[in-house]
Ligand binder design. Structure first.
Ligand code: NAD
Ligand code: UGA
Length: 449
């Protein structure tokens, strides 16, 4: 049985953070009627005015355009949004709990709301990253709470696991041109609804992986853990290359020429950060424990990544003259976000780097084009913040480049030399040319070269 005609869907997206906002503007751009829901009133108010609450390239244009079309709106009224929806997307947070596993309390709260407002058939789509078994739990919980069935010819609802693979900084591009869509489902009616929702992507031949709920959930964790492993591998190789006098860039480039390896995610740096790799690797280890499977490789990646973040300051200490040599020194930290093109500082390597520099007795002068406000919320006036990188460098004994913002790639070294007190550069993102930096009289250290 196939279901015609193709129709725009009424969609509620619960949670309007990175994933929820990008999904809301994207799904409405596909012609669906979307209501984005958030518990945070100021987010909702801002989004309804067309002002994005996250820094993400292109999201403002899509937001304005779809608000104006009348297909997109935002509310705090979750009950009405669910009642009006054919499809409810969950895009709430699944942060790491103290024990390492994913905290599913936001998901649980939304499931309660769906149960209370199930006034007709709805597809419940989980976009949040959730441990294997969660979608089955959602299904069971809705059956218990509503007394309805999700199977047979006339189900009251259906559950879909549709993990999201977007990257911050490239979220809009990733949403509109994903490598694939993963759709875990059980009931054909759910598949038909999802085919309509994603018709725009199907038309441009985005591969759609239709699979079971558990498989979809694990695809997401496997992908993130694999990428985290790949980064950690190249970072450890970088440490070895450094010790052996080899160049990690040539190594990574040559490895990447092998199609089986691919050049992507082989950039050495200060260790991975962000809102997802750290929490998702921990959650995968916890899931393994729950199933009696030792995810030993992922455990090692987590440990190694923590050590790699500390290594940045170790390298600087070595240049500065060893243990205690940064006491009373001024260190400029360029880049606070966990990567370029975002204001997100969640699990940013800069947090570890700055904390360690402060512990070493250094004064930290920080710059970031977008993330200063978020960093301030964490470090307050322990750190001095500057709107321009040259103000941060002014009077510094050393510079640490911690995020690969474009504006640091062409850092005016001549000017830097005139304003700095010292000559040390620790380039944790390898954005500068080592020879050029040395020509200008700097003592330069990168990662793995
Ligand atoms: P986020 O913290 O930016 O946003 C979550 C939003 O949900 C917040 O605005 C919060 O106020 C809201 N919220 C919480 N409880 C709510 C409730 N009961 N009702 C309505 N709103 C509620 O989170 P995020 O970064 O967008 O991540 C969301 C999920 O997507 C996570 O599971 C994450 O792992 C996954 N994910 C994130 C990314 C990313 O790049 N950030 C990429 C892929 C997947
Ligand atoms: C990552 C994944 O790339 C997305 O596919 C996924 O959807 C998302 O997590 C998620 O589940 O939330 P994101 O965290 O936004 O996206 O950013 P990445 O570009 O993956 O970078 C993560 C971290 O790895 C950053 O700290 C980055 O600097 C670092 N990284 C990345 C490297 O050090 N080297 C690389 O080669 C690539």
């Amino acid at each position: 049985m196939h279901y015609f005609p193709i129709m725009a869907k009424n969609i509620a997206v619960i949670g309007t953070g990175y994933v929820g906002l990008v999904s809301s503007v994207g799904l409405s751009d596909f012609g669906n009627y979307v209501t984005g829901v958030d518990v945070n009133e100021s987010i909702v108010e801002s989004l309804n005015r067309g002002v994005p609450t996250i820094y993400e390239l292109g999201v403002d244009d899509y937001l304005k355009r779809n608000l104006e079309s009348g297909r997109l709106k935002f509310t705090t009224d979750i009950d009405r949004a669910i009642q009006a929806a054919d499809i409810v997307f969950l895009a709430v947070g699944t942060p790491q709990s103290k024990s390492g596993e994913a905290d599913l309390s936001q998901v649980e709260s939304v499931v309660q709301s769906i149960a209370a407002n199930l006034n007709g058939f709805k597809v419940v789509v989980c976009k949040s990253t959730v441990p294997v078994g969660t979608n089955r739990w959602v299904k069971q919980r809705l059956i218990e709470l509503t007394g309805n069935s999700a199977d047979g010819p006339d189900p009251a609802f259906a559950v879909v696991s549709n993990p999201e693979f977007l990257r911050e900084g490239k979220a809009v591009q990733d949403f509109f041109h994903p490598d694939r869509l993963v759709l875990g489902y059980e009931h054909d009616k759910a598949r038909e609804y999802m085919e309509d929702v994603y018709r725009a992507l199907n038309l441009i031949h985005v591969p759609m992986v239709w699979c079971g709920l558990e498989t979809a959930e694990l695809i997401k964790y496997a992908s993130n853990a694999f990428l985290a492993t790949k980064i950690t591998f190249i970072n450890q190789m970088a440490t070895l290359a450094e010790a052996a006098g080899a160049d990690i860039h040539t190594i990574a480039h040559s490895m990447g020429m092998d199609g089986r390896i691919s050049p992507k995610f082989l950039h050495p740096g200060p260790g991975y950060g962000g809102s997802c790799f750290p929490k998702d690797t921990h959650a995968l280890v916890s899931t393994g424990e729950a199933y009696g499977v030792d995810m030993s490789l992922v455990r090692e990646v987590i440990t190694a990544n923590e050590e790699l973040k500390l290594l940045v300051v170790d390298r600087l200490l070595k240049m500065a003259g060893g243990e205690g040599s940064l006491k009373g020194k001024v260190v400029a930290v360029l880049g606070l976000a966990f990567k370029a093109e975002t204001d997100d500082i969640r699990e940013s390597p800069s947090i570890t780097i700055v904390r360690r520099l402060l512990d070493e007795g250094a004064t930290v002068q920080a710059h970031d084009p977008e993330a200063i406000e978020n960093f301030k919320a964490l470090f307050g006036d322990e750190v001095r913040y500057f709107a321009h990188e040259f103000e941060a460098i002014d009077g510094a004994d050393a510079v640490v480049i911690a995020t690969e913002w474009n504006e640091y790639r062409n850092l005016d070294l001549k000017r830097a030399k005139t304003v700095m007190r010292g000559r040390l550069i620790m380039d944790a993102r390898n954005v500068l040319e080592p020879e050029k930096a040395r020509e200008f009289g700097f003592e330069y250290k990168g990662v793995g070269r």
